[in-house]
Design a protein around this ligand. Structure first.
Ligand SMILES: [Zn+2]
Length: 192
């Protein structure tokens, strides 16, 4: 009788320990989940980087897009893409590499240089600059801040009648245009 009582107490103790272990495990999992949530929120606040290997970029892009975006190339001025760019109405320009918003029709202006021109990015945090010496003198290169893709160059003080006196001279090849959505109630007017 006494022996079975001792056994029962022993089992109750073991069961208690098991329950505590399960409780701790669940607590740990919950804590991990909530810390993951915090991480995701932080990532969304900051600009997430897109990094790919050269082979992955080659698979995703056309050879012309790859040459310009990944190898700092320049498209032919006054080409088909530039003609199409001039005909675009209101809308937004996204990076061909990572689909990040870079410019919009609000900052577009005609500089007559043969390449798409903007006086400012539409999303400043998505566009970064760095100085290059590819032509033997310093030029300010414009890059996508998310995938580090080459977009073009920015020139200042050229006297254009724009709010910034800057000309973001961008390769249309690396921009994906999306027209502004039509007004739902149908009273939107065409910009042309
Ligand atoms: Zn990009």
């Amino acid at each position: 009788m006494a022996q079975s009582k001792v056994n029962t107490i022993c089992w109750v103790k073991r069961l208690g320990v098991i329950l505590i272990l399960i409780f701790c495990l669940l607590l740990g999992l919950t804590a991990e989940e909530s810390s993951n949530e915090v991480e995701t929120v932080n990532e969304n606040k900051e600009t997430k980087k897109v990094m790919k290997t050269e082979e992955e970029w080659k698979a995703q892009l056309t050879s012309e897009e790859f040459r310009i975006l990944r190898k700092a190339g320049t498209e032919r001025p006054n080409g088909k893409i530039y003609q199409e760019f001039k005909e675009h109405g209101a809308g937004v320009y996204f990076c061909i590499g990572c689909d990040t918003e870079l410019f919009s029709s609000n900052e577009k202006f005609d500089s007559h240089c043969g390449w798409p021109s903007f006086f400012d990015p539409s999303q400043v945090k998505n566009v970064k600059t760095s100085v290059d010496y590819l032509l033997g003198y310093p030029r300010t290169e414009v890059l996508c801040a998310v995938c580090d893709g080459h977009l073009g160059h920015v020139f200042t003080g050229e006297g254009f009648d724009t709010p910034t006196d800057k000309r973001y001279c961008i390769n249309g090849t690396v921009l994906r245009f999306r027209p502004k959505a039509e007004d739902v109630d149908g009273n939107g007017s065409s910009s042309n």
